[in-house]
Design a protein around this ligand. Structure first.
Ligand code: NAP
Length: 323
């Protein structure tokens, strides 16, 4: 077992979050529950997956499309991502670009003859649509906009302030999963209290909690709580929205490893077992972000990065870890 694996396993503190690589991996990596290729083996980045608590596998890297317009620019970005090897798109009703994402996805599937099942599609229930019936209406609307008959993952975008509606929305997601409209269900922006409240009322434990996580905002207690409950953490804003790419400590590590600062941030996150959702509309960045995982940051350097971390939100998130 390499140092980074020991470090990651300790940080994850659980065996319930499993990383898988579709190609054969060495037995010593399998034993840890953390499968990372040895340093000398070239990694096929798009084949990295994490197993969810419902048995489904989620590609560990997604193209995020927050603030991407509902038009050609986003279609080009989604197409570039799929061409580059991404097999996971993270959208939301709130981003108002589900049509553009769907157009690009469906055209690419047709052009390449790739089965729908090979691409993992996530979207989210917006806050205004909480409640049992409104959730179904919103889900159907999103399916229509995407031109799909199911989503791989459907998330509650944020916890509703209305406890009753929040539970009703989750019940709707559980039913949608039973009906096959969504394969996995999860939450986003749920803090400790939100999560504990949901777990008391849920029949299905959320498969993921999508929250802001990057080296400057590590949220260890909330991440640990997710892992203790078998919930995979999806790290949003994994590039800290581009605001920390000039941080001298990140730049020094990038120089040391011959990588870009963005690749250092993404590698750190994935080594913790998190799913990462870097957003870019720029073709060469889309490509280089996917090439962030075929190297190993030493345990010593990971500790250095760990010291960067406080609850330093770049998104202005209203939802903090303890909420
Ligand atoms: N659930 C939620 O509430 C929530 C909240 C926030 C985000 N998210 C999800 O997480 C995704 C990512 O988060 P985010 O969009 O906030 O921020 P992010 O991915 O951390 O950063 C995106 C910014 O970094 C730039 N960038 C991307 N790759 C780069 C590279 N290699 N070098 C330099 N700059 C680079 C992008 O510019 P260009 O586009 O110009 O390349 C963009 O300005 C979102 O798109 C969304 O899917 C979810």
């Amino acid at each position: 077992m390499t140092n980074v694996m020991q470090n990651s396993a300790a940080q994850m503190g659980t065996e319930s979050v499993m990383i898988n690589k579709k190609e054969p991996v060495r037995q010593d990596t399998m034993d840890s529950g953390y499968a990372s290729p040895p340093r000398e083996m070239p990694v096929k980045e798009s084949s990295l997956t994490v197993r969810l608590n419902d048995g489904n596998e989620i590609p560990q890297v997604a193209l995020g499309v927050y603030k991407a317009p509902n038009g050609q620019e986003t279609e080009d970005a989604v197409t570039a991502a799929l061409d580059a090897g991404y097999r996971h798109i993270d959208s939301a009703a709130r981003y108002m670009n589900e049509e553009a994402c769907g157009r690009a996805l469906n055209a690419w599937l047709k052009k390449t003859g790739t089965p729908r099942e090979d691409v993992f599609v996530t979207t989210k229930l917006w806050d205004a649509d909480h409640g049992y019936e409104p959730t179904f209406n919103a889900l159907n609307d999103s399916l229509k906009k995407f031109g799909l008959d199911y989503f791989d993952l459907y998330l509650i975008h944020s916890p509703s302030d209305d406890e009753e509606k929040r539970v009703a929305s989750w019940r709707a997601l559980e039913m949608a999963q039973r009906l096959g409209l969504v394969r996995s269900i999860g939450v986003s922006n749920f803090g400790k209290a939100d999560l504990e409240g949901l777990l008391e009322n849920a029949s299905v434990v959320p498969a993921v909690n999508q929250i802001e996580v990057h080296p400057f905002c590590q949220r260890e207690e909330l991440v640990d709580l997710c892992h203790q409950n078998g919930i995979v953490v999806e790290a949003y804003s994994p590039l800290a929205r581009g605001n920390k790419l000039e941080d001298e400590r990140v730049v020094a590590l990038a120089e040391k490893y011959g990588k870009s600062p963005a690749q250092i941030l993404l590698n750190w996150n994935a080594a913790r077992g998190n799913v990462v959702l870097p957003k870019s509309l720029t073709a060469h960045r889309i490509q280089s972000n996917l090439q962030s995982f075929g190297f190993t940051i030493s345990a010593e350097d990971l500790q250095e990065i760990d010291r960067l971390g406080e609850e330093n939100y770049v998104t202005g998130s209203l939802h903090k870890s303890d909420d």
